[in-house]
Design a protein around this ligand. Structure first.
Ligand code: ZN
Ligand code: ZN
Length: 425
C-alpha cells in the first residue's frame, strides 16, 4: 500500500469531528474581512495538531506550518469567507446569521460559495498528515485565506509579508467545491478561471434645465453612446476564438425628468483568459470613453477606477500533470477533467507573487443521482443550484471526504516517500 492509501484509510478517525466542524462553520458564516471566529477556531485546531500557527495576517489570515524532516514544501490553501446571501437551503444547520457589511448595512450571511467545505477539508487533511508523519517528509504549509469574495484577501496577506513568514513553497495547491458529482475530482491544464476587473467610470457633462438642452452637455446621452459603443469591443476587436465578457452592470445619472444632470456613473465587469486580452480590452474601454467624451464636448476628463480585481488562474503544466496522475491513481474513474470556468479567484495572487508553480482543481458537491438525472434531462443549469445561490448546499458526504482525500493525495505527490524516491536521480 502506498503512503496515500495508508494515510487515507484513517479517514474514519476524523469524520465525526470534521462533520461537526463543518456544520458549525456553515451555521456561523462570516463576511469577507470579518472571519474572526473562523480564524480563531482554525488556529486552535491547527495548533492542537502540532502546527506552528500565525494568525491575523492581512487582517484575519492564518498560516500553519508543520516541518517534518528534509523534503519539499507544499502550500495548501482554503478560503474562509461567506457571502451576503439569505440561505434558503432548508438544511438543519442552515445559517440565520446577519452582519454589518462594509457599507454599514445589516445583511444576511451564508456560506453560499462552499468555502466552509474548503476550510473543513483543509483541517481534516492537515490532521491526517500530522497524525501520520512517519509516512511523508518535508514541510506542509496550510493557508486559511480571508476575503476571497472581495478579491483582496490574498493581496492583503501578501502586503502583510505572508511569503516572508513561511518556508518558501515548491508548489501551491487549492480546490473549489462546484456543482458536479460528489465524490469526483477534476483537474485542468492551462487557464482554468478567468481574470476579472470591475471598472467604475464617471463621465462629466454640464447640467441645466431639461427645456434648454442647447445650454448643456447631456451626460445621459453621452453614457448611452458609451454603453452601445462598448458592445463592439468583444464583437469587433477580440478574435471569435477567444472567450471574453464585457458587461455594463450599472448605469446611474440624474434625479428628475426635467433636469439634465452634471455627470453619469457606470460600472463595467470584464472577464478574460489572457493578460494580453485583458489589457487590450481595458485599453479599448478607455479609448472609447475618452473619444465619446470628446465627441460630446464633455468639459472634464472622464474618471476611471478599477476595483474588485481578480487575477487570471493558469495551472502550471508540470504540477497539474503530477496532481492529475496522483488523482488517477487514487480516485480511478472518479478523477476527470474540469471545464474552463468563467468565475474568478484571487488564490493565484499568492503563487504569482512568489513565483511558485500552482494548480487549482474542482471537486463535485452535488448528490450523484440528482446530478446525473439533471444531465440526462439537460437541466443542469435550471435544477442544480450553483455557487452563490441561496440554495447552494453541497451534500455533506462524500463531499467532505473527497475534498480531504484530494488535498492529502495532491500534497503527497510531493511529500510522499514514493514521490521523493521517484524524483531522486
Ligand atoms: Zn464565490
Ligand atoms: Zn468561492
Amino acid at each position: 500500500m502506498d503512503a496515500t492509501a495508508q494515510i487515507l484509510q484513517h479517514y474514519e478517525s476524523i469524520r465525526a469531528e470534521q462533520e461537526d466542524f463543518y456544520k458549525d462553520l456553515h451555521q456561523n458564516p462570516e463576511l469577507s474581512h470579518q472571519e474572526l471566529r473562523t480564524a480563531a477556531n482554525v488556529t486552535r485546531d491547527m495548533s492542537s495538531y502540532g502546527f506552528q500557527t500565525q494568525s491575523g495576517i492581512g487582517g484575519t489570515g492564518v498560516a500553519a506550518v508543520l516541518q517534518n524532516g528534509h523534503g519539499p514544501t507544499v502550500l495548501l490553501r482554503a478560503d474562509m469567507d461567506a457571502l451576503p446571501v439569505q440561505e434558503r437551503t432548508g438544511a438543519g444547520y442552515a445559517s440565520t446569521v446577519t452582519a454589518e457589511d462594509q457599507g454599514g448595512d445589516r445583511v444576511p450571511v451564508m456560506h453560499a460559495c462552499g468555502h466552509d467545505v474548503h476550510v473543513a477539508c483543509l483541517l481534516g487533511a492537515s490532521r491526517l498528515l500530522a497524525d501520520h508523519r512517519d509516512l511523508w517528509r518535508g514541510t506542509l504549509v496550510a493557508l486559511f485565506q480571508p476575503a476571497e469574495e472581495t478579491g483582496d484577501g490574498a493581496r492583503g496577506m501578501l502586503a502583510d509579508a505572508f511569503l516572508e513568514r513561511i518556508p518558501a513553497p515548491d508548489v501551491a495547491l487549492a480546490q473549489h467545491v462546484l456543482p458536479g458529482v460528489a465524490g469526483h475530482v477534476a483537474t485542468r491544464h492551462g487557464p482554468v478561471l478567468s481574470s476579472a476587473d470591475s471598472i467604475r467610470i464617471t463621465v462629466h457633462g454640464r447640467g441645466g434645465h431639461g427645456s434648454t438642452p442647447q445650454n448643456t452637455v447631456d451626460p445621459v446621452v453621452l453614457a448611452a453612446m458609451i454603453v452601445i459603443r462598448l458592445q463592439t469591443v468583444i464583437s469587433r476587436e477580440i478574435p471569435p476564438t477567444e472567450p471574453a465578457v464585457l458587461t455594463v452592470g450599472s448605469l446611474h445619472a440624474g434625479t428628475k425628468s426635467n433636469i439634465i444632470p452634471d455627470s453619469a456613473v457606470m460600472e463595467l465587469n470584464l472577464r478574460t483568459y489572457t493578460d494580453a486580452t485583458r489589457q487590450r480590452i481595458l485599453d479599448s474601454v478607455r479609448r472609447i470613453v475618452q473619444s465619446e467624451c470628446t465627441a460630446s464636448g464633455s468639459p472634464k476628463e472622464p474618471e476611471f477606477e478599477i476595483f474588485d480585481r481578480f487575477p487570471l488562474t493558469v495551472n502550471d503544466d508540470a504540477s497539474t500533470t503530477r496532481v492529475a496522475a496522483a488523482f488517477s491513481a487514487y480516485f480511478g474513474d472518479r478523477a476527470g477533467s474540469l471545464e474552463l470556468q468563467t468565475a474568478s479567484e484571487d488564490f493565484s495572487d499568492i503563487p504569482r507573487a512568489g513565483n511558485i508553480p500552482y494548480t487549482y482543481w474542482g471537486i463535485g458537491g452535488t448528490d450523484p443521482e440528482t446530478y446525473r438525472a439533471a444531465v440526462r434531462a439537460h437541466r443542469v443549469q435550471e435544477d442544480i443550484p450553483a455557487n452563490h445561490s441561496p440554495m447552494f448546499l453541497p451534500v455533506l458526504q462524500p463531499t467532505l471526504q473527497t475534498g480531504t482525500e484530494a488535498l492529502v493525495t495532491a500534497a503527497l505527490a510531493w511529500l510522499g516517500r514514493e514521490s521523493q524516491e521517484a524524483a531522486a536521480p
